[in-house]
Structure formats: C-alpha cells, structure tokens
Design a protein around this ligand. Structure first.
Ligand SMILES: [Zn+2]
Length: 90
C-alpha cells in the first residue's frame, strides 16, 4: 500500500527579471555576503587572540565585533542563471 502522494510543489510566484547582460537568461532573487568571509574570520581570530592574551583587549573586542558584522552582513541581489551576472536589489 504505497501511495506516493505528490504534493504539488508550491512554486512561489517568484518575480523574475530578464538579464540585461546576456539578454537571454532569467535573473533570480538571492542574497550574497557583502564582505569577504576570510577577512571576517581573520578579524574574529585576531580579536580572540588579543582578548585571550590580555594584550590589546579593547582592540580585540572591536576586531571581534567587526568580524561578526562582516560574517553576518548580507544583501539581496539578482543572480542570472545563465551568465552569473549579479545586480544589486533595492
Ligand atoms: Zn545573464
């Protein structure tokens, strides 16, 4: 008695935009990190090191905060399926 009931894939009516770079692809909504992840990680590690060793504690805390911000900051963009162009979304 295996009745596979296919739930209709709720396809959200995603607004799509035609790509103006390759003028053939369709751009989809997505979000990307604003800042370089490696930079954020380096800042966090450096901050932890400074705080942990007790040297430059204040600087370490600031570096930590900036690093966390770098890792969490995102922005919405349009991404083209075809050519990979990225356009800022307002
Ligand atoms: Zn494109």
């Amino acid at each position: 008695m295996s009745e596979t009931e296919k739930t209709t894939m709720a396809e959200p009516t995603v607004e799509s935009v035609q790509c103006h770079v390759c003028s053939g692809g369709v751009m989809r909504r997505t979000s990307i990190k604003i800042y370089n992840l490696n930079l954020g990680i380096v800042l966090i590690l450096g901050g932890l090191l400074c705080v942990g060793t007790g040297i430059l504690t204040f600087f370490g805390l600031i570096a930590l905060l900036i690093g966390i911000y770098f890792l969490s900051a995102k922005k919405g963009v349009w991404l083209c399926d075809k050519c990979g162009a990225i356009v800022d979304r307002l």
